[in-house]
Ligand binder design. Sequence first.
Ligand code: FAD
Length: 307
Amino acid sequence: TFDTLMIGGGPAGAAAAVYAARKGIRTGVAAERFGGQVLDTMAIENLISVPHTEGPKLAAALEEHVKEYEVDIMNLQRAVKLLPGRPGEEHEVQFESGASLKAKTLVLATGARWREMGVPGEADYRNKGVAYCPHCDGPLFKGKHVAVIGGGNSGVEAAIDLAGIVGHVTLIEFMDEMRADAVLQKKLRSLPNVDIVLGARTTEVNGDGKRVTGLTYEERASGEIRQIDLQGVFVQIGLVPNTEWLKESPIELSERGEIVVDARGMTSVPGIFAAGDVTTVPYKQIVIAMGEGSKAALGAFDHLIRS
Ligand code: FAD
């Protein structure tokens, strides 16, 4: 059994493991895929003090850093059930493999995933013009024409943000109106280099084999097919937290399924902490996940020495 067990091995879980292990407590990390979302990207230019790195390189560095310490890394382990212990008892996590692990404290860091459109070309041009994170990839499209898919708060925020960097933004919304807050919509409409297409179903991301060259959509009212030439597509139709496995547990989740945490990263169950993209903490970024993971591990240590 562990003093602290991290579920998830992305930036949050890895940071938590380093912080916990440095306290000399029995530390483990169980992850479905050590490295997390970082493995799905190439250029990373906003991890402060590292001006440029690449996803697979950062994932390897995370693992190398964790391995500097006595940490049990259990990779390819998908958690399917959480059985919280009563106060003073250990918590149990069950895995798809049939294995189960016990720990005095847990840090849940199972991350999130971007909802995809699921249209032809989207997967082919991922990181070659198709992007999901304006904070990460916006500057790569300086002066270019990009589309933002989705007129919810995140889509409209992304479009406003990108309009200050890129040449032109076309926002495409499936419904006949945007769902974003009125103040955001007003701001968006005031920008000179933005146009908004409502009632449009994106049907394909076009490319030349190397990069995105355009986007095809259907005008839902008329059924007419239209094509726009552009160099980037930002998909903003939702970030889904990986909390399906917690739905039957007593851990409090927000309306969007994110784990609710307090200032020390503790969940609604004492001794169970959470960090990174899986939580309600806003702005899902690597540097934030690392900070939150460190904080949750310190919170867990604090909990251990008091109980
Ligand atoms: P994740 O990285 O999602 O890691 C979650 C971990 O939990 C993984 O190990 C996963 O396998 C595991 N897991 C999930 N479910 C289970 C389960 N049931 N049981 C066990 N393990 C499980 N951020 C930046 O700051 N800069 C960038 O340039 C940048 N670019 C990005 C590009 C792309 C394409 C994507 C997708 C994201 C990008 N991000 C970027 C966002 C960044 O990757 C995330 O904010 C960060 O990885 C979150 O870390 P995390 O540890 O909370 O979660």
